[in-house]
Every structure is written in structure tokens, then in C-alpha cells.
Design a protein around this ligand. Structure first.
Ligand SMILES: [Zn+2]
Ligand SMILES: [Zn+2]
Length: 114
């Protein structure tokens, strides 16, 4: 019975960026998991009525951020200048490639417009 008190799922939240629907598993104490971006003040100011603003774990940059932390731990920070021969630079090139969409969100918007 206590499960209902401690565990709650928010059904059918919609990502404001990609429009994907998802269910949010609240953590104990009804805390929203950090992988989602949530703001009720932003939603309210955007629409003028009390609205929840959500971003899924992809759009919130959560996954890119976690991988970035791992990259820095494993490879170190990016080199100041790019070098073809450098393993660290190559690794960061892969990262950029994987998260291109996230890093270059603005660029891809202009491509869509063409
Ligand atoms: Zn999304
Ligand atoms: Zn390098």
C-alpha cells in the first residue's frame, strides 16, 4: 500500500522539443528524475496559462552531458587545437558526430528550412 505513496508515474508527458510522449517515473518523495528537463514556470510563461514544460532525456541534453562527463574522465578535456594524429581529438570528433544533432541544433534547423 505504501507503494502508491512513494512511487508515482506521470503518464503521457509530451516533450516540447521533439513531441515524443513519455511516462515519468517519479523518484521517492515525488522527485522528478534529473534526466528530464521540467519547468512549470517556463510552460506557464510560454502559453500564458498554467502548463507544464517537459523535455525528454534526449532533448534535455542529459545523455550528451553524461557521455561528455565520461569523455572528460576517460580522455580528458578537448585539446586547444585539433590534431589528426591525436587519440583524444579523434575521440572528441566521434562525440561530436554522435551528438551532432544536439550540439548543432540551430544548424539543423536551418537545414530543415531549405
Ligand atoms: Zn524530446
Ligand atoms: Zn588532441
Amino acid at each position: 500500500m505504501t507503494d502508491i505513496m512513494t512511487k508515482k508515474v506521470l503518464k503521457d508527458r509530451v516533450c516540447a522539443v521533439c513531441g515524443r510522449k513519455f511516462d515519468v517515473d517519479l523518484k521517492e518523495g515525488k522527485v522528478i528524475p534529473e534526466k528530464y528537463f521540467f519547468s512549470d514556470t517556463l510552460g506557464t510563461s510560454l502559453t500564458g496559462s498554467k502548463t507544464e514544460y517537459w523535455e525528454c532525456e534526449n532533448c534535455s541534453g542529459y545523455i550528451a552531458e553524461r557521455v561528455k562527463e565520461w569523455m572528460i574522465k576517460y580522455w580528458g578535456e578537448r585539446c586547444l587545437s585539433f590534431n589528426d594524429e591525436c587519440a583524444c581529438c579523434k575521440a572528441w570528433t566521434c562525440y561530436d558526430y554522435l551528438f551532432e544533432e544536439f550540439n548543432a541544433a540551430e544548424k539543423s534547423h536551418t537545414l530543415d528550412d531549405i
